[in-house]
Design a protein around this ligand. Sequence first.
Ligand SMILES: [Zn+2]
Length: 287
Amino acid sequence: MSPPPVESQVQVLTDLYNSIQNARHFPRDLLKTATVSNALPLTSPSLSLYSQQLKDIAQNLRSDAVQTALRAAQDSAKADGKNITNNVRRENRKRRRPPSPESPQPYTATEQQSSSLFSSSKDDVAPLKSQELIEYIRQFNKEHSSCKLGIWQATRSSSKDLKNPAILRFSIKDVLTTYLTVSYTADDPTLSVESVTAFGPRERKLPHSQSEYSVYRTLSQEFGRMIHSDPQVGLQRFMTLLCSYENMFTMRCEKCQRVLCAEGHVAAVQRVWNENKEYWEARHVSC
Ligand SMILES: [Zn+2]
């Protein structure tokens, strides 16, 4: 099916624009609550009229005609958006009105536009579920000779049940020890990594304390930053990051090409996922 002609797409967007501009004059309280709830206590006939118009705009915005036109406009702007000036915004600035919100964008699938700092590789394995953890640990230890993964327990306990959250201990010989807090919900047994702390390989510390060494404290902060970018990050994806620290003290920074940064003599503890080469690049935090 060929797309509708440009003229009719422009008309569809112009109509939408005009109806939104018109809605700006609606009572402020109605606009605020309309985005939160459809069940409005409507006190007067005129309010219900406004409310119906808002619903019509929302429906129109979701319609195929508008979505197709928005998508075409976005593609066109991407291809060559150099000479497009946004007169609407300029006009607003002149009138000293508060900045208007971004113009409507076509809906995009949820997997796009992620702020995650982890790999977005399509052939990712299915996220690990709590009941699969023991087998995963067994397999992981078989495949990694210099690393070790296990379940950490504060006291010797004979209970075979996995605690929620559970604390895992991951260590790389002579490089580091980390504690990972992983959890799942009653509705969804998928494990996600909540927090990770790093310590020196011979430090005897509790998971929720912090290292005596600044390099491991910086590393813990980096892990926090990574998790913050993707709060639902699964265990397997996080493990690829952890394994990239095997040569933590000998890897060169991709920016300055030094092992230790010029100031502070700290190793390159930051990791940036290289989508093209599919590996974790090392960086100094200060680079
Ligand atoms: Zn550097």
